[in-house]
Design a protein around this ligand. Sequence first.
Ligand code: HPA
Length: 273
Amino acid sequence: MSLLHEQLIETVDFIQKQSNAKPTVAIILGSGLGNFTDEIVVETRIAYNQIPHFPTSTVEGHSGQLIFGQLDGQSVLVMAGRFHYYEGYSPQQVTYPIRVMKLLGIKQLILSNAAGSVNPTFKVGDLMIINDHISFFTPNPLLGPNENELGPRFPDMSEPYNKELISKAINIAKQHNIEVKQGVYVGVTGPTFETRAEYKLIKAVGGDVVGMSTVQECIVAVHAGMTVFAASVVTDLGIRDEENTITHEEVLQAAKEAEPKLTLLIKELVKTL
Ligand code: HPA
């Protein structure tokens, strides 16, 4: 057995000693979206720094806890806070929790994030359902020896974001009068926000939004055979006329304002799973 696999088993054993819940749905909360946990009837909280082999989250707006609980009566696993490549973690460390989820029996993974828009029809506060991504600006987390027990060497990526979940989410949004966009998320390393020229490049290669998370997690989840749904909150406009700058505070504030819409969407989506 590989070292990674041994570590995963130790992590999973530790978690299963803290909770005997068996959720099949997991949700990862992005920047400024941590209040989603208010919707959860919490059964068990485990701080990341208690969990063997887990990295620790260092970014403002991320609380760093694994939460087992009930969302409208359904068992869920929530990651409040995630690991980012820009924090200095390897892509394998960033995605370690996804592999832990797989071994815990998670089948459906819901990802959320804050992102900058390069689509001129989007505005700050919009929700965008991710229907595809571009991963080429960040290292692929599957580089290196393949863990055959976890998934295939050359995974198909024709549908990283499950079409059925996307259409369910669109219907939910319609029913609740929530405006949603759809589009392509371009993953970048950060931690710098993009230059004006870089935002233009991201638009030119087919992106609608750009962000510093999600893509590596999605790849590892798809590799492991999980079904993925992801949504972005547009927190800033990369392509714009004014000479304004982008700050992390502005991103967190915009995410917070859009949070109720995203919370409703995810809550209703989980009900259908
Ligand atoms: N670029 C990259 N990541 C981001 C942005 C952005 O404009 N906004 C929120 N996360």
